[in-house]
Design a protein around this ligand. Structure first.
Ligand code: NAP
Length: 326
């Protein structure tokens, strides 16, 4: 695959295209100053990013939407140049709550449609506006999960023009198959957003998805923010890896750029999060070098099969996706 700055997007099975790099917009709301996501998205558009990964539960979708709208209003981009991915949260899985949840995202963004809307997790929670429902003992309250019913409600949203494409996130092979084999399937999932980086390369899921025309969107492509409140810190810091650092030195790049290039070069979309102007710019500079086949193979061998994002607090959910091998 040859990638250039002009051509850094790949086709989706429904005829749309997805830019290979997007800006992740999750920042810890407790430590991120108001306006940070807004400034970051505006800068990212100036730098050349066209893809933004957001969610209602990131609590900054209004800032992301405002930045996109202002950049459209000032003529920097057109709406059709932007690719925004929003996510259906766990408390909105019942079919009758799906469209209102997407409409809430659109209202927050003040946009008419999103480009991709994905089921954030296959684990339904008790429906409603309490995003992390717990009982009096602090135990999570789950909801009945019927992924096919949720999917049908999403199909209706696409038909209504509220989203251009539909996808999933954190789905294992069995859960993907459930959708793909659903009787009367109208719209296929175009993508599965999962953790993916040199320490967690996802070889089997990637192969399965390739065979089924599902693009993998790799989250935490730099190895996360290493926030101990939700990240498995048994996995060492990715960007300090000696192989990534030595390859980076060879190309006068950083280990972050090598980690991102590795995924992009094998057709995995990356959505690195940065709210730092310098790193937002840096992470986009991955189209002016390429890794050799030997380097790609050597980086693949770094796979440790350990997740940074284990979501163990929900491991007793009947649809917890990570008990299966892939
Ligand atoms: N679907 C899901 O379940 C799910 C789960 C997790 C994440 N996501 C999505 O994926 C996005 C990215 O994942 P993530 O936020 O977990 O982790 P990530 O992108 O792997 O890493 C982000 C961390 O790396 C730092 N960073 C960024 N660029 C860097 C560079 N060039 N050199 C060194 N450090 C750098 C950032 O700090 P600064 O901001 O200070 O630069 C931040 O602390 C999220 O924002 C979200 O949109 C989705």
């Amino acid at each position: 695959m040859s990638l250039t700055p002009e051509n850094h997007s790949i086709p989706l099975v429904d005829g749309n295209r997805i830019p290979l790099i997007g800006l992740g917009t999750y920042g810890d709301p407790r430590t991120t100053a108001k306006g940070t996501a807004y400034e970051s998205v505006k800068l990212a558009i100036d730098v050349g990013y066209r893809h933004f990964d957001g969610a209602l539960v990131y609590f900054n979708e209004h800032e992301v939407g405002q930045a996109i709208r202002e950049k459209i209003a000032d003529g920097t981009v057109k709406r059709e140049d932007i690719f925004y991915c929003g996510k259906l949260w766990n408390t909105f899985h019942p079919p009758e709550l799906v469209r209102p949840a997407l409409e809430r995202t659109l209202k927050t963004l003040q946009l008419d449609y999103v480009d991709l809307y994905i089921i954030e997790l296959p684990t339904a929670f008790k429906p409603g506006d309490i995003f992390y429902p717990k009982d009096e003992n602090g135990k999570h309250i789950y909801g009945e999960t019927d992924l096919c019913a949720t999917w049908e409600a999403l199909e209706a949203c696409k038909d209504a023009g509220l989203t251009k494409s539909l996808g999933v996130s954190n789905f294992n092979r069995r859960q993907l198959e459930l959708i793909l084999k659903k009787p009367g399937l109208k719209h296929r999932p175009v993508s599965n957003q999962v953790e993916c980086h040199p320490y967690f390369t996802q070889p089997k899921l990637l192969e399965y998805c390739r065979q089924n025309d599902i693009v993998i969107v790799g989250y935490s492509p730099l190895g996360t923010s290493r926030d101990s409140s939700w990240v498995n810190l048994k996995c060492p810091p990715l960007l300090e890896d000696s192989l990534l650092v030595s390859i980076a030195n060879k190309y006068k790049k950083t280990s972050a750029q090598v980690a991102l290039r590795f995924n992009v070069q094998r057709g995995v979309v990356v959505i690195p999060k940065s709210f730092s102007p310098q790193r937002i710019r840096q992470n986009f500079q991955i189209f002016d070098f390429s890794l050799t086949e030997d380097e790609m193979k050597a980086i693949e061998r770094l796979n440790k099969n350990i997740r940074f994002v284990e979501l163990l607090m929900w491991s007793d959910h009947p649809e917890y996706p990570f008990h299966d091998e892939y």
